[in-house]
Design a protein around this ligand. Structure first.
Ligand SMILES: [Mg+2]
Length: 268
């Protein structure tokens, strides 16, 4: 089979040889792998300082943004209305875009955890709701692309979480089956609800919130991405992870290096 270079430093070529023993690791992007909320606070603070408004307004802006769920153009309009700005909406939308890309950082420890996951044979694929341009810019700008096998953004996929189709697309891109996959994310509805609808185990990043959904629940809960990945490894290895610091030793691990693992080894 001809090699097909995917988005990042990984190639999915080798995935064609995978069976069900290699697990797919589906990962949310915003406020899971990347601290999108922190980046937005930096942007909003700069914005308020620029227009000479009080930082007490921060809570209002955070409410309008709704963790990025509000359409960027609607955010721009709301800002213009509240602060009586004559700034063209497109300038505010561009400022929001650039601010997110510039301010978001990949925690080196998260990168390290993803490397450990890949070394243990997991195939990490991001599944994110959002605008393709914005999400891809964040993935590439932070260098996260080097730690992912691939990613699926709802805008380009034409379907959003929790619709099962977007998770199926992620599996297809990695040339893998959804069976055996784990989902890690901070959204009860989009991430955990999506995984639940497919019967997939999941880890929910609580971010200080309590779980209130009664229709479904995450398999595990964690307070950050590193802890979440540790939960996945621990659960998947039957509680045997880590083993003397030597990493994952679960029953499904394939000890023989696959072509994909060579790709992982080539990561910078
Ligand atoms: Mg999220």
């Amino acid at each position: 089979m001809k090699a097909v270079e995917q988005h990042g430093g990984f190639s999915s070529t080798a995935c064609l040889t995978y069976g069900t023993g290699v697990p797919l690791l589906l990962l949310d992007l915003d406020n899971t792998l990347l601290d999108r909320a922190g980046a937005f606070v930096v942007w909003a603070t700069d914005f308020l300082n620029e227009i000479g408004a009080s930082l007490d307004e921060l809570d209002w802006i955070l409410d309008v943004d709704a963790d990025g769920l509000t359409n960027r153009w609607d955010v721009a309009e709301a800002l213009k209305d509240r602060y009586r700005l004559r700034t063209p909406s497109i300038d505010l939308v561009e400022s929001l875009h650039d601010g997110m890309v510039e301010n978001v950082r990949l925690d080196p420890l998260v990168a390290c955890a993803l490397r450990i996951a890949a070394d243990a044979g997991w195939i990490p694929v991001v599944v994110s709701n959002g605008a393709t341009r914005q999400q891809e810019a964040k993935i590439r700008h932070t260098g996260l692309d080097r730690y992912l096998a691939d990613w699926v953004i709802s805008e380009e996929a034409g379907v959003s979480k929790p619709n099962p189709r977007i998770f199926a697309i992620a599996a297809e891109r990695a040339r893998m089956r959804l069976n055996g996959a784990w989902m890690v994310g901070d959204s009860p509805e989009a991430d955990i609800g999506g995984a639940s609808a497919l019967g997939l185990p999941s880890v929910w990043l609580h971010r200080g919130r309590r779980w209130t959904e009664s229709r479904f629940a995450p398999t595990r809960t964690a307070d950050g991405p590193i802890a979440a990945l540790a939960e996945v490894f621990d659960e998947a290895s039957g509680g045997q992870w880590p083993v003397n610091g030597r990493g994952y030793r679960g029953p499904e691990r394939r000890p023989v290096a696959s072509p994909y693992r060579r790709q992982v080894g080539g990561l910078r």
